[in-house]
Ligand binder design. Structure first.
Ligand SMILES: *Cc1c(COP(=O)(O)O)cnc(C)c1O
Length: 392
């Protein structure tokens, strides 16, 4: 970034070939449900090592469709972490099911397997771990727990395109989950404006995802319940939505996806630069420490600050950084403290891990268009804002 330019916490990286790819679609025959969408689906499936990818209109739509495909319906429970974006929980509500919240590790914001275990019961239809910041949730333990009650594991992988768990790429869904949901919002690894996708390997799940994306309609004669009078015939078997992605978005996504390795490598290099420089600041600890860092895709570079001990509120620190041209963000307010859920009987105080994580977390600027000089700028601004703070 140029010197003095405002550094947001995240932003897209759009290059000339991305723009050319979109313009080409605008001149083509298809603006939606055309070859650019199927091209993106193949490219994404290849990138994560899954048999299929189904593209949809957003990450929220991806979670909604994935829960539907998993058979989530009224009366069911979906276990989700208390620390996440609201969509992970809301997608269960869209289907008349109840999200059941598991507390998170106060230092990583990741769902705790022992909390998941406590919540398991015969109503548990799905478990949706979130790979907070791009570091991965304890998937092996969660997969074992899901098996115990026959629940489907749906990864909320919106932070984790390009991450790995042991030797498996997130989204491959070979060992730990049935489905993984991704978002292509501009701050995520691959930008489409709005967009999402679900990856997996089970053809029956893929069929349900494709049906749900298109109003619950099937055009496959093998699935018809009534005799087909002609080639124009179709049947609606479930209540789906229009969750379709356009070819315009898909063209941008395919062009961006080709750069995923470069983007992730850059994010990791910037994170390492932050780690090295922040080691000199006694008040700040990176959220992603060595054990988690190896496979992280670094959607966010989050740090923990003890604001009470620093004698400054988070708002004061954020405003001080903003005055120095540095944007920051808070990921996330516990969903268990949102009025919509407390009105439904959720008690925020039952989630001390999520509250403790939220009280201390701050996301610093991290995106592929940054350089190490920008990291220096952020760290210098932090030093200035925290000057004279009592040493812990
Ligand atoms: C971004 C995000 C979503 C929602 O994705 P949209 O594309 O904005 O609908 C869901 N869960 C998590 C963890 C996210 O970061």
């Amino acid at each position: 970034m140029r010197d003095g330019e405002f550094l947001p916490y995240g932003r897209q990286c759009i290059e000339a070939d991305d723009i050319a790819a979109v313009v080409e679609v605008l001149r083509s025959d298809y603006l939606t449900t055309g070859p650019a969408v199927s091209g993106f689906e193949s490219a994404l499936a290849d990138a994560v090592g899954a048999d299929f990818a189904v593209a949809v209109s957003s990450g929220t739509a991806a979670l909604h469709a994935a829960y539907f495909a998993a058979g989530v319906r009224e009366g069911d429970e979906v276990i989700v972490p208390a620390t996440t974006f609201v969509a992970t929980a809301n997608a269960a509500r869209f289907l008349g099911a109840e999200p059941v919240f598991a507390d998170v590790d106060p230092d990583t914001g990741l769902i705790r397997a022992d909390e998941v275990e406590r919540l398991l019961n015969e109503k548990t239809r799905a478990i949706a771990p979130v790979h907070m910041t791009g570091a991965t949730a304890p998937m092996a333990a969660i997969a074992t727990l899901a098996e115990r009650v026959g629940a489907t594991v749906v990864e909320d992988a919106c932070h984790a395109l390009g991450a790995t768990i042991e030797t498996e790429r997130v989204g491959a869904c070979r060992r730990f989950s049935a489905l993984a949901a991704f978002s292509f919002h501009p701050v995520k690894h691959v930008a489409m404006g709005e967009g999402g996708a679900i990856t997996g390997n089970d053809p029956a799940l893929e069929r349900r995802l494709r049906q749900f994306r298109n109003h619950g309609i099937t055009r496959d004669p093998a699935e018809f319940q009534q005799p087909s009078p002609g080639p124009w015939y179709y049947e609606q078997h479930a209540l789906g939505h229009n969750l379709r992605l356009t070819d315009i978005q898909a063209a941008l996504g395919t062009s961006q996806l080709a750069k995923l390795d470069r983007f992730v490598a850059k994010r990791r290099a910037l994170a390492q630069a932050y780690d090295a420089r922040l080691a000199e600041l006694p008040h700040i600890a990176p959220v992603t420490t060595t054990a988690l860092a190896a496979g992280s895709a670094y959607h966010l570079y989050a740090v923990l600050l003890d604001f009470e001990q620093l004698g400054r509120t988070r708002t004061e620190v954020m405003n001080g950084l903003r005055a120095r041209g540095i944007g920051t963000q808070v990921h996330y307010i516990p969903v268990t403290d949102q009025p919509y859920y407390t009105a439904r009987g959720v008690r925020g105080e039952d989630f001390p891990g999520a509250r403790r994580y939220h009280a201390r977390t701050l996301s610093l600027p991290l995106f592929p268009g940054m350089e190490v000089d920008d990291v220096d700028r952020v760290v210098e601004a932090l030093q200035a804002v925290l000057a004279d703070a009592p040493t812990p």
